[in-house]
Design a protein around this ligand. Sequence first.
Ligand SMILES: [Zn+2]
Length: 202
Amino acid sequence: MLASKGKLLRVYTQNIDGLEVLAELPPDKIVECHGHFRTAACIDCAKSADIDSVVQSITKEGKAPTCDKCKGYVKPDIVFFGEGLPNRFHKLLRPDLQQADLLIILGTSLQVAPVSMIPDLVNRNVCKRVLLNRELVGNLDILGKTNKQNKKLQQDIFHKGDCDDAIVTLSQLMGWDDELQELHTKTRVNLKMKQEQNNKKN
Ligand SMILES: [Zn+2]
């Protein structure tokens, strides 16, 4: 909904399930920091492999898929521990950090670097930070510090609870709750139709 209102700069997600894509967020708005399962490639020669055959090999034949060029192992384009993040992450992060005037941090333990460092890298002079999470994480300043002139410095906001509930509360505060509900229903219907089409294909 933020994207459709022209208010979304980017979503940096650590999820690898591709839910943002399924939710029909425009691809240019998404950075899947730890990759996704929609495509696959050889770990030795990087040749891309057909994801349907990869899935078939793992789930139906019970064997690790191999590359048709070099016989190396093929894996979905997800980022394992110790592997580098996608180029898109490195390309977009710096300019996004300069532009962002609000950072919403949602549903994360904020433990896995470098994504966990994003909240520390925004321009604190212009960018408010809001944490919607079950627990307080990261180096957020939720109490606010007082400077020498006895003026409270910019403070971050922490809303404790489930993300879904927090988003509903936020949309109510914005007067967008009906619109959110409508979008939610529409996206679910579209998703169901896509799943049925896929089932027919298989
Ligand atoms: Zn290969």
